[in-house]
Design a protein around this ligand. Sequence first.
Ligand SMILES: [Mg+2]
Length: 227
Amino acid sequence: MDKFGHIDTWVFDLDNTLYDSTTGVFNRIGDRMTLYVAEHLKLPLPEASALRKHYWEKYGTTLYGLMHEHKVDPDKFLAHAHDIDISDIPRCDIIREHLAHLPGRKIIFTNSSRDFATRMIKHLGIDHHFEGMFTIEDAGYLPKPRPDPYHAIASKFRFDPKKAAMFDDMEVNLKTAAEVGMTTVWIHGDNNNPDDHALPHLHHKTEKLADWLKATTKPPQHPVKGK
Ligand SMILES: [Mg+2]
């Protein structure tokens, strides 16, 4: 915990950070987005899928590309994209328990919608840990890694980025975090070789958030009885 002794605010990405990338939730949302693009722009599914990926790479989110290039209504798109069943997503007991041992304020910072983020953290049983969330609506639909929402979240929740740590599975999101002064923890998951990513803005790395929490936080000490 020494390396994080100066931290008083913990900022968490949602998707593939607070729940595991292996759950496939992101793919379900992606499929719903592709369907929306296909219906809205009257494209065959493969073309809609390719266009969605293109916008994701070019603009940071499919939504921003659709808004910018096709004047799509963001709230309608978000409601359609996140209309997925999450009832089978497993809860992580380690995250549920160990978040409580992390001293300081906890805030969610996500490119997902408020409705989806609220539904997901309730399902995961971790909603009570968070003081609040900053969602894509709060960001005026300008996604991470653009700098605007990083300044906006710090201003809204009145924290000093130099005393904040941010967890995210996308290293590019942590580049902006580091640029505004935050300490970063990269959730690299199964599919990355973290040693191939010796980037200066990735201050700390862990495969899963649960691993980091387990290694870094300690439960409150209780007196040992009977010895
Ligand atoms: Mg993520």
